[in-house]
Ligand binder design. Structure first.
Ligand SMILES: Cc1cc2nc3c(=O)[nH]c(=O)nc-3n(C[C@H](O)[C@H](O)[C@H](O)COP(=O)(O)OP(=O)(O)OC[C@H]3O[C@@H](n4cnc5c(N)ncnc54)[C@H](O)[C@@H]3O)c2cc1C
Length: 359
């Protein structure tokens, strides 16, 4: 199918990737994003080279990642056992860099910010227009919900169920005085303190992105609100962690830290209804501990575009897309369950740890 007018609700990574892929397949696209693009925020994430290759195959120039490579993973447990593992094909990049790169591939007609989705207009059972809270209307042949984990479009497509909230995290960027910190190494301290782990990854020559993951039952009340994080990260709480963890936190502007209260979506019954389809976190977010959100967001966007390109009927294309994504989503959920189990009951030997990387 081609020559469709496709309206994408949500201009995050999945929505932008979908727009680029669908435009390449000779469709007219428009992305409508709730926030102002100047407010592009977020920290950074791990992304696998297979995802980068998929993006580069769609764009007029390559995403610059040569300084972002992560090829060592260092794991340390409470007995101070350390394991060094070589990892291949992983990069750590800032969210804003990827968003800006993807946005640069779209024209001003194809991307409109400050557009908060409200509802659809229907003719019989088909959506014919998306209506935004400012009263503007975008007509289309096909509508894609890429509006993230709290998706409103999803409410119109499928019933959503969530896993109980178990593991949350605080994420922040540390900026160091030293300009030569990038050693291509992801470090993770596990089970040093019960129900907590700390990881940090270089994202430039003087910055690390770090995350403190915690069991919400044990520490939920300590880290209840973002405003309380500076106080909650007390020397007493961090005493069991090595000195370098406390130094990284000391080099961070905790006012800019982010508290992720993870909402993990269970497998949806359906990813589409009539001519409305879900991608990214709206369809299968946000799976704990796996570092898979960005890769699966981009993959789902590109797979949907490929299915629409390969099949003549919308129903067949959506069905094929759904079956591919459900299979992948099931594998990711299974891996996340394993990681959650490991987080709560650490294995005796550090060699038996499953890596927090899935793509
Ligand atoms: C602000 C922010 C910061 C993030 N930072 C990180 C990070 O540091 N590390 C990490 O691993 N992951 C981060 N994530 C999550 C990560 O980007 C996603 O898991 C992954 O990229 C999948 O992307 P997505 O496009 O499906 O969802 P998202 O990235 O969540 O994008 C959804 C988009 O939809 C928009 N939207 C929501 N509701 C509406 C509406 N009613 N109308 C129109 N648009 C709407 C949102 O503003 C957002 O831009 C962040 C997400 C957000 C929104």
């Amino acid at each position: 199918m081609f020559d469709l007018k496709i309206v994408i609700i949500g201009g995050g990574i999945a929505g932008l990737a979908a727009a680029i892929a669908l435009k390449r397949n000779k469709n007219k696209v428009v992305v409508r994003e709730k926030n102002a693009s100047s407010s592009n925020s977020g920290m950074a994430f791990m992304i696998h080279e297979s995802t980068i290759r998929k993006i580069n195959a769609l764009t007029d120039r390559d995403l610059e990642v040569k300084d972002c490579q992560i090829n060592n993973f260092v794991l340390r447990d409470s007995r101070l056992n350390t394991d060094h593992i070589k990892i291949k094909g992983w990069y750590a990049i800032k969210r804003v860099k990827l968003l800006n790169f993807l946005q640069s591939q779209l024209s001003t007609d194809e991307y409109r910010d400050n557009s908060d989705f409200s509802h659809f207009h229907y003719k019989e059972d088909k959506a014919i227009a998306a209506v935004f809270k400012d009263g503007s209307i975008e007509c289309g042949d096909l509508f894609i919900g890429a509006d993230g984990i709290n998706s409103q479009v999803r409410n119109l497509v499928s019933e959503a169920h969530f896993f109980p909230n178990e593991i949350n995290e605080i994420v922040c960027i540390a900026k160091h005085k030293d300009e030569n910190i990038h050693d291509n190494t992801f470090r993770k301290y596990v089970s040093i303190k019960r129900g907590m782990s700390f990881g940090y990854i270089p994202v430039s020559n003087n910055e690390h992105v770090w995350f403190l993951q915690f069991n919400s039952k044990l520490y939920g009340s300590v880290f209840e609100k973002r405003e309380g994080i500076e106080k909650a990260l007390s020397p007493k709480l961090l005493a069991e962690f090595p000195k370098e963890v406390r130094e990284i936190i000391a080099d961070s502007d905790l006012k800019k830290s982010h508290l992720w209260k993870n909402q993990e979506l269970k497998l949806l019954n359906s990813y589409y209804k009539s001519n409305i389809c879900l991608i990214g976190d709206a369809a299968h977010g946000s799976i704990s501990l796996t570092s898979s959100g960005v890769s699966s967001g981009i993959s789902s966007a590109i797979e949907l575009a490929e299915c629409l390109n390969s099949f003549e009927s919308l129903y067949t294309a959506f069905n094929e897309y759904e079956s591919i994504r459900k299979k992948k989503n099931t594998q990711t959920i299974e891996y996340a369950q394993k990681l959650k189990l490991q987080f709560n009951s650490p294995p005796n030997s550090i060699n038996n740890y499953a890596l927090p990387l899935f793509h």
